[in-house]
Design a binder for this molecule. Structure first.
Ligand code: GDP
Length: 306
């Protein structure tokens, strides 16, 4: 059977890269990316959705290619002005990027849902696939640390540069998945868990309402792409946080972590897990061509499974 409709689960930078590859391989309208909102927070009164924006900018091909987040050709005058007022802005908001946060905050206060806002912005940016927040409800990733007690996610990740030792992750808010996310999961021919941080980006998606059960009870193939290459995260704290929380920082650990949720793990060459099915290939995405090549291989692999 052909894989026509694909649902991808993604966090920010790592997830967006593969989502972009999938978007370029699939016909318009056939990819839905369900995105983590556990990283969302309020800053200077603005509702910031870092992962949704990273996926949106990446699919619109206007993301900053150096950082993977924020916009290309960005300027930082607003931050300079905040500093003039004596502020020490630790979360970088670019001058053009801030328009997204102002509009999102405005529309939320008008009673629009996050789903409707992302749809409106994606259409304006001419994205011909669908981006969905995992939930419209309040749902915040909280990080208990040895050094600073409980931190809201962005304080742990950006303000403290993910250096504190994590002792526990939990979620503030009782959220349900959106009707739109439930519908696309029902219609999907295949599901791809992008190489996002399993603990910080994917778990908060799986922990919204009955999302984890929906994935366990799926009738279509599901693969995950590892964010680790020989036990090291390509970027960020995935291996550090896995160790801190007692998860084996290897593909075997990831295969166990996603046990019963996936049919196979996509891993780098020579880096096979000791349990479960896998696809071995080059999983490092340095260029847009790499993203597309990996996405195509995954789609072919999924076709073979249906
Ligand atoms: P964040 O919310 O911006 O941190 O983004 P994600 O959770 O989506 O992505 C972070 C993860 O992506 C890290 O654990 C990285 O190891 C992984 N990652 C980044 N680039 C690549 C890549 O080219 N290939 C693979 N396989 N993983 C990557």
């Amino acid at each position: 059977m052909a894989v026509k409709n694909v649902v991808a689960l993604a966090g920010g930078v790592g997830g967006a890269k593969l989502a972009h590859g999938l978007a370029r391989c699939l016909p318009p309208g056939h990819l839905t990316v369900i995105v983590n909102v556990g990283d969302d927070f309020t800053h200077y009164g603005l509702h910031i959705s870092p992962d949704l924006d990273t996926v949106m900018y990446t699919l619109a091909e206007i993301a900053n290619p150096q950082t993977g987040w924020g916009l290309v050709d960005e300027s930082w005058q607003m931050l300079g002005m905040l500093e003039k007022y004596g502020e020490t802005p630790w979360f970088r908001l670019g001058d053009r990027d801030i328009a997204t946060h102002i509009l999102r905050t405005h529309l939320l206060t008008q009673g629009e849902t996050l789903t409707a806002i992302v749809r409106k912005m994606s259409q304006a940016l001419q994205i011909d696939h669908t981006i969905l927040p995992a939930t419209n409800d309040h749902f915040a990733t909280m990080v208990d640390t040895a050094e600073h007690g409980t931190l809201v996610f962005q304080h742990y990740f950006v303000r403290h540069r993910w250096q504190p030792t994590v002792t526990r992750i939990w979620y503030d808010g009782n959220a349900t998945i959106t009707d739109e996310a439930a519908y696309v999961l029902e219609k999907a021919d295949a599901i791809v868990i992008c190489p996002s941080n399993p603990i910080l980006s994917i778990d908060p998606i799986l922990s919204v309402g009955d999302m984890r059960d929906r994935l366990r009870l799926r009738r279509v193939p599901c693969v995950a792409v590892s964010p680790l290459i020989h036990g090291k995260a390509v970027k960020g704290p995935a291996d550090k946080i896995m160790r801190e929380l007692g998860v084996d920082a290897s593909n075997t650990g990831i295969a166990r972590y996603y046990d019963r949720l996936i049919d196979a793990l996509v891993v780098d060459k020579g880096d096979a897990p000791q349990q479960g099915a896998y696809l071995e290939t080059n999983i490092l995405m340095l260029t847009p061509a790499d993203r597309e090549r990996l996405a195509r291989e995954i789609l072919q692999f999924l076709e073979g499974m249906t």
